[in-house]
Write a protein that binds this ligand. Sequence first.
Ligand SMILES: [Zn+2]
Length: 521
Amino acid sequence: MKSLCVMRRASYAIRDAHYALRTGTKKTPRETRGPKYLAPQFIAGSARTKMPDKFMSEDFLLQNKTTRILYHEHAEKMPIYDYHCHLPAKQIADDHRFDNLTQAWLYGDHYKWRAMRTNGVPERYITGCAGDYEKFEKWAQTVPYCLRNPLYHWTHLELKRYFGIKDKLLGPDTAKDIYKACSEMLRTPDFSVRNILGKMNVKLICTTEDPLDSLEHHKKLRQDGFQVKVHTAWRPDRAMGVEEVGDLNKWIDALGRACDMQIQDYGSYLEALRKRHAYFHENGCRLSDHGLETAYSEDYTEKEIEKIFDKIRAGQALDAAERLKFKSAMMIEFAEMDCESGWVQQLHLGALRNNNTRLFEALGPDIGCDSIGDFEIARPLSRFLDRLDCKGKLPKTILYNLNPRDSDLVAAMIGNFQDGVAAGKMQYGSAWWFLDQKDGIEEQIRVLSNMGLLSRFVGMLTDSRSFLSYPRHEYFRRILCNILGSDVEAGLLPNDLDLLGKMVEDICFNNAKNYFPMELD
Ligand SMILES: [Zn+2]
């Protein structure tokens, strides 16, 4: 392999010499064409990790003049309204400071963990007991192999936007310098997590909490008068976790303690959940989030659910039909609570979770072993939304699909239940998780444009556990502007930059601000 590299390098040198003789220029063909044509494996040492000129320039992802005007004059200045993420509220309340880049970047980021495993990195350096710098080194070794994975763009965008690292690519040669420079910055007050959010012009974020959460950190944040609004979102997945009856019972016991009541039957279970829902509302919650394989909507009677609940409390496992009925009942109850309280509900549909038993047993959920499922979506989703609509109990709803197969059907579904009460009441949510990349974002925008009103879209969210993920909004905005600007240049949209600029600003921020019932000021 090594000798092959040497031979190829030599052949480049001979070719360059011929080129110079032929053209009379001292520049080699590689220099004339620009650095993006260089094959990285043939560049010696640190030159390999130098940021080439065009890569991530200020016009990154913006392919023509109109596109650039839309981004630089309209999208770029808009604040961020991050209505769904998984940031730890405690770290915001404590105004946490990270000691190093590994803590800020690699702790908890299962996208990176998955890439590292794929690159052959042993678990010890991913979630194991290796030191922070050792883990970072393994990540830095992985990054050059992430070319064309969104992680490659995100990584360099984050290094640029937060740390001002503009001229280096992350790789083994630059790992030490980048780690040192970023870690030093992270230890300064300027890089406390609240200041990180402020730097990114974030106006509001919604974290995601279990109904048992005390919300003490959200309370503290409100008392502190932190200028970024931090709301919680109600995520009651565990309340219907009927696959593990033992765990569910423990959760129900804890719910009883939180509400200071005995939960012996289904009626008291619902009463306790309503109490927690009201408690979340008192503490500023205005939206829910559900991680579901599909929108459960089996037929059931109240009596059946009462019996199933008694079975759960007796510690008896449920059969498949009982599990579906119970989840279907809970979904309706939760949606009705949301509707009565004027909340927005979000359904994240289609993840096949915890596929790897060995890693699940060692590390638990959310560690990078989830993937795309192929559950039936259309009919159950239609039944679920229709049931609520018939009762006049359908809240504002955002639907996200994980399987790209379902994009058109979900985008088409929302049109069935728009009711003229609020513009864009039913939303087709932004590209999520495995679809949160350039192709997926473009596809979501294309599908929503064809089936609905893109102009009414509430836009991007980070869905991230990392404070360094905010450039994902920039990434989305550049792609959005590129699509609209390219349509103008192709004559598909009018060259009316007031009209289009307003549309861009609305999708970036104004639509979300008007859609969600949270106050900004
Ligand atoms: Zn999420």
